[in-house]
Design a protein around this ligand. Structure first.
Ligand SMILES: [Zn+2]
Ligand SMILES: [Zn+2]
Length: 209
């Protein structure tokens, strides 16, 4: 609902920055401060929204690593290099790129769903109807399409998947919840029907036992 606000704010900020701050006059110092806080607030709103919308289960900061002395080491899997600059999480640009690619394509729901839509050519895998799509912030979206878990998400516990440690979270997500083999593109109507059928068969099965 509030998704329009950050975009509008950003437009306003960049307009002011480009048009007014370029003159670098003393009276505009307070505007610079104001812009700083606006940017900060904007970041917080965007972070909040992205966490809300993507149902992010494992945060990237959970992969932070430390050596025995408590010094931070490169976040990338298999890399043990110490980090020289403060506030950095990676030893090099390559490690940064490699790890973020792995992280976002596996753990960030908007990214995963976009990958599935693209793999399935924006086509419902049951009725084979293709739907129009748009790219927003590099992620494919479509009004008509949804991403379906072939083996329902709710079964994760029954299948032995856990969320009690980082290792188990990674396993649950990469092997089950966000496993591309367990995901498919469905149109809204087919998705609804499949879910209904599943729920009905589930009720019947539990009545028998
Ligand atoms: Zn590294
Ligand atoms: Zn369909």
């Amino acid at each position: 609902m509030r998704k329009g606000i950050p975009a509008l704010q950003l437009m306003l900020i960049s307009f002011i920055e480009n048009e007014i701050i370029a003159s670098n006059h003393e009276p505009f110092k307070f505007i610079q401060k104001w812009i700083f806080f606006l940017r900060l607030e904007n970041k917080v709103i965007q972070l909040y929204l992205s966490h809300m919308s993507s149902r992010n289960i494992v945060y990237i900061r959970e992969f932070d690593k430390f050596d025995d002395n408590g010094s931070i080491i490169c976040r990338n899997t298999g890399c043990e290099n110490l980090i020289k600059s403060p506030f950095r999480k990676y030893c090099s640009k390559e490690c940064n790129k490699q790890f973020e690619k792995w992280y976002y394509h596996n753990f960030y729901w908007d990214r995963v769903r976009s990958d599935i839509f693209r793999r399935d050519n924006y086509t419902c895998q049951i009725c084979r109807k293709k739907y129009p799509y748009t790219y927003r912030k590099k992620f494919a979206r479509s009004r008509g399409l949804e991403c379906d878990h072939i083996i329902p998400r709710s079964l994760y516990e029954k299948l032995g998947y856990r969320f009690d440690s980082l290792e188990n979270k990674v396993k649950t997500i990469t092997e089950f919840l966000h496993n591309h083999d367990n995901l498919r593109t469905l149109c809204k109507e087919c998705h609804k029907r499949v879910t209904k059928e599943y729920l009905r068969s589930n009720v019947n099965a539990s009545e028998k036992t």
